[in-house]
Design a protein around this ligand. Sequence first.
Ligand SMILES: Cc1nn(C)c(C)c1CC(=O)Nc1ccccn1
Length: 331
Amino acid sequence: ATGSAAAVPVDERFDIAYITPVTIGTPPQTLQLDFDTGSSDLWVFSSHTPPSQIRGQEVYAPNKSSTAKLLDGQTWSITYGDGSASRGNVYTDNFAVGGLTVEGQAVECAQQVSSSFTSEEHMDGLLGLGFSTLNTVSPKGQLTFFDNAKSKLDSPVFTADLKYREAGTYDFGFIDKAKYTGEIVYVPVEMDPGYWTFTSSGYAVGSGNFNAAPISGIADTGTSLVYLPNSILTAYYRQVQGATNSANYGGYVFPCSATLPAFTFGIGEARFTIPPAYISYAPVTEGSATCFGGLQSSRGIGVNIWGDVALKAAFVVYNGENPPKIGWANK
Ligand SMILES: Cc1nn(C)c(C)c1CC(=O)Nc1ccccn1
């Protein structure tokens, strides 16, 4: 079996996140979820979510699905690195992504969501594609959609083809040769503590020379920006007139009119270049002449994160074989 579904920017002006249509239950209920390789819970806005916390999101109503079953006594609670959080109870139901169906998928229903989720009106929940060891359901941890689907997939892989301000694709069970150029370069994945963690071979700022240095980090589709060691950030923003690391805005900002260099990162001998446009992420507030950078410091996070700003510069293969590996190709 295979599946394929669109990854649509939630806000076509800035790629804050990407949403993908899924169907849950019988008859099918369609929701738009943020596919997140940086976490492993599949949770949705639901009929159990307080109406005061819902602002336009679609909700999953298990009581309207003839195939929904409450997982009695199971609860979940997740807090993401940016402080956003949600929690609730758990049902199993039929779940499909782009023609690929899993029966008995654990669907975590939100009974509480934090304000940043309420304000993201087009996002009806998250679909975790990290390793199932990270799943927060207690006392019985649940499997991700990918882990449930894996045995029936033509190949135990999924791919992410995210794009700059336009719809991309998530494919399950196959690698579409039309989506990339050249060769896919694979590097090993360290699956502890449950992220898709790999090591980049180094970086270059603009047309500068390549700094060969191992940079460990996670390939995280659910995080908008790239978070790297401060030494790399200072090397980059030194090249940007008027750039400062602003305590006020919580990161590197610069005049939106500034000329930005590209940023290149290495995967083995291969090189991937993030164009300047991806790094001039967004005005700090609507209409401001100050822009927030797509490259930020990982200081205080504890892990480097290759988020959407980097992922959309490549075609990425998440290979769930044992041992897992991650493949990168230009496109
Ligand atoms: C780990 C981390 N620290 N900081 C500052 C950030 C932004 C992260 C990444 C993060 O929170 N990602 C996320 C958020 C919500 C849903 C899915 N992924």
